[in-house]
Design a protein around this ligand. Structure first.
Ligand SMILES: NC(=O)c1ccc[n+]([C@@H]2O[C@H](COP(=O)([O-])OP(=O)(O)OC[C@H]3O[C@@H](n4cnc5c(N)ncnc54)[C@H](O)[C@@H]3O)[C@@H](O)[C@H]2O)c1
Length: 260
């Protein structure tokens, strides 16, 4: 890859949460950034807040809409002339029991969380392949471990982990690396919408670090995987989850026993 100053990243779902934090960190590390989101006013506001109009671009698009994705990629190409990193972060969570998950719920979750990264990656390949680059797909701990209420969401994220490997295998020849970041619970608007106080307490008890992650902590892992510091890393999934995935049963009880 060439000079950091010209490097350009496209982050989907960047109006808020993990995506916005990743966009801010790319910018702080000298990258130019296109922020894409289905929420037009939200992505305009998030981009304005970064206060670097010369080095940022707000794009309104639905990642599950092939025509909108193609148009978005043309805007990035016209504005910056290159792309070095794509972060497929846009995602939705519909948490319902299996018996209450409608086909519409299932279809929308898969469309955004799985078809979105498929479409954005395909559209980005010509630009990324010009100089070589990196893709990071944001999966979830819910794709690594089955939990209640996540039939659609967890399945979409497990499939995205497999898509990450497929992409890594086929895109290596173009100098494109593809990895995934699997967040554990992170204190974002999404988590606030679907995690009750009781669920939050359960998570704290089940995690070695005993707390939710911060958006900025996820951004660090994402930007690292897009950087030359990860130049030989591809096809991997990195759980950034406070140790949640590593944990078996009894953590809370054993912690107590140690304290006593
Ligand atoms: N917050 C968590 O605890 C957590 C845990 C595991 C994985 N994740 C994953 O991390 C990613 C970011 O999550 P977050 O917590 O920051 O979520 P968030 O809801 O705060 O932000 C997601 C953003 O994606 C945008 N978006 C939704 N559908 C879109 C579409 N079709 N096209 C374009 N943009 C769209 C939303 O408008 C929003 O700005 C998601 O993929 C999510 O599944 C989050």
């Amino acid at each position: 890859m060439s000079e950091t100053r010209d490097r350009t990243a496209l982050v989907t779902g960047a109006a808020r949460g993990i995506g916005r934090a990743a966009a801010a960190l790319f910018l702080a590390e000298g990258w130019r950034v296109a922020l894409l989101d289905i929420d037009g006013p939200g992505v305009e506001a998030a981009t304005a807040r970064l206060d670097q109009p010369e080095r940022t671009l707000a794009v309104t698009a639905d990642v599950s809409d092939p025509a909108a994705v193609a148009a978005a990629m043309r805007r990035v190409a016209d504005r910056f002339g290159r792309l070095d990193a794509l972060v497929n972060n846009a995602g939705i969570a519909i948490f319902k029991p299996l018996t209450e998950t409608t086909f519409e719920d299932w279809s929308r979750v898969l469309a955004v969380n799985l078809s979105g990264p498929f479409l954005c990656t395909q559209a980005a390949i010509p630009l990324l392949a010009e100089r070589g680059g990196a893709i990071v797909n944001i999966t979830s701990i819910s794709g690594l471990r089955a939990s209640t209420l996540r039939t659609a969401y967890g399945t979409s994220k497990a499939a995205l982990a497999q898509l990450t490997k497929q992409q890594a295998v086929e895109l290596g020849q173009f100098g494109i690396r593809v990895n995934a970041v699997a967040p554990g619970p992170v204190d974002t608007a999404m988590a606030k919408a679907v995690h009750s106080p009781e669920i939050r307490a359960d998570y704290h008890d089940a995690m070695p670090l005993g707390r939710y992650g911060l958006e900025a902590e996820l951004a660090e892992a994402i930007v690292f995987l897009c950087s030359d510091r990860a130049a030989f890393v591809t096809g991997q999934q990195l759980a950034v989850d406070g140790g949640f995935e590593a944990t078996g049963i009894g953590l809370k009880t054993l912690r107590r026993e140690r304290r006593d």
